[in-house]
Write a protein that binds this ligand. Structure first.
Ligand SMILES: Cc1cc2nc3c(=O)[nH]c(=O)nc-3n(C[C@H](O)[C@H](O)[C@H](O)COP(=O)(O)O)c2cc1C
Length: 360
């Protein structure tokens, strides 16, 4: 593995070259803690969901649920997005008082209500503005500042090398590159050759992102391209044990199989973590179903009725009762094989297609 540019923070090297990529509506504190716990603390970095800096005063920002985190999550970064350099700087200064390990600027979000207004991936259409935002934020904080971007706005305006140059010039600590354009959204495949090109030219560490769904896949891209690590988003929802499995391979150990019982036990732990931060049972039920919908698809042999029963549960009690019944009398002989559901975007081709999800 190419560790020439190891990920580090002021208090030392990051233990493993892995990042749980931020996902709004998914990577909240209970999910992040679950992911770190399931890795047995053998993963790299956790990042918050993105936090808007538009139209909010510093006080409401400080109280934002998305900015809260626990000490167990460290190393942990808070990600912000917006289009206004002054607001971004004010937000960053406020967030610094919460003492995360780093602050990240989002230049990758493709959704129209963010990118269409010039924030997120919209900044890739206006690199002078991106430079100004980085410079203003850098001026007011002492914490490391990182950047997450896409390859460019569309296939005709790939400008990730210019983004890299700006990042390096303005003191960005590391750059995460999601190997798609904004108009691609989540369609097609991430272009790892391009990510590799960025990483090989960069003086700062580059983290590659896009379509990593297995431990072997993670090791493969880290061997093939000079990235300092991989950021994994959707793959963590399909296989929350992925980070520990990558760590095992990094340490020269074997990846142990996960039983269906362990999967179902995870639902109980996830629920406890949600209740600990004050979640309402109705909200928690939605999140439990979000996880169960994916994980139970990976059961081998397949067990469609169990998955269906969980998904139609009308209450947390009903969900948990069904889960307990499974653990008590049905789970022997069932394994979890996430490879069964690893196609994140429903395509079988290996070809990189700049298929559009969003309008230009
Ligand atoms: C539901 C969802 C929410 C996301 N929210 C964010 C976000 O808040 N900030 C961000 O930088 N990226 C966000 N992303 C993008 C992911 O972090 C990641 O870059 C992308 O999914 C590609 O990686 P993957 O193939 O490993 O999922 C989101 C992705 C998804 C699917």
């Amino acid at each position: 593995m190419n560790y020439s540019k190891k990920l580090s923070l002021p208090n030392g090297f990051v233990k493993y070259p892995t990042v749980l990529s931020p996902m709004a509506g998914v990577t909240d504190p209970p999910f992040r803690r679950l992911i770190r716990e399931l890795s047995q603390d053998r993963m790299g970095i956790l990042v918050s969901e993105f936090i808007s800096t538009d139209g909010c005063d510093p006080f409401s920002l400080k109280n934002r649920k998305q900015a809260s985190f626990s000490q167990e999550e460290r190393p942990f970064g808070i990600q912000i997005f917006g289009r206004d350099p002054e607001r971004m700087a004010n937000a960053a200064a406020m967030i610094e008082t919460l003492s995360p390990d780093f602050i990240e600027i989002n230049a990758g979000c493709p959704v129209p209500k963010v990118a269409g207004k010039g924030g997120g991936a919209g900044l890739l259409k206006d690199l002078p503005r991106l430079r100004k935002i980085i410079a203003e934020v850098r001026r007011v904080i002492r914490l490391p500042l990182t950047l997450k971007c896409r390859l460019g706005w569309d296939e005709e305006s790939i400008n990730v090398m210019e983004t890299l140059a700006i990042a390096e010039g303005e003191g960005i600590h590391w750059l995460t590159v999601h190997g798609r354009t904004r108009v691609q959204g989540y369609n097609g495949f991430a272009d790892w050759e391009k990510i590799g090109e960025v990483a090989s030219q960069a003086k700062i560490p580059v983290i590659g992102n896009g379509d990593v769904v297995s431990a072997l896949g993670a090791i493969e891209v880290m061997n093939r391209y000079p990235v300092a690590g991989v950021a994994i988003g959707r793959g963590a929802l399909h296989n929350p044990w992925l980070f520990g499995q990558i760590a095992s391979l990094c340490d020269g150990k074997e990846v142990s199989p996960i039983s269906a019982r362990e999967v179902v036990q995870t639902f109980f732990r996830y629920y406890d973590l949600m209740i600990e931060i004050g979640a309402f049972p109705e909200g928690a039920l939605g999140r439990l179903k979000q996880l169960a919908a994916r994980l139970c698809k990976g059961f081998s042999p397949s067990l469609p009725n169990f998955r269906q029963d969980l998904l139609v549960s009308q209450s947390v009690d009903a969900f948990m009762e069904r889960a307990k019944m499974f653990m008590e009398s049905e789970c022997d002989g069932y394994y979890f094989e996430p490879e069964r559901l690893l196609n994140l975007n429903g395509k079988s081709s290996e070809e990189i297609i700049f298929e559009r999800q969003f309008k230009r």
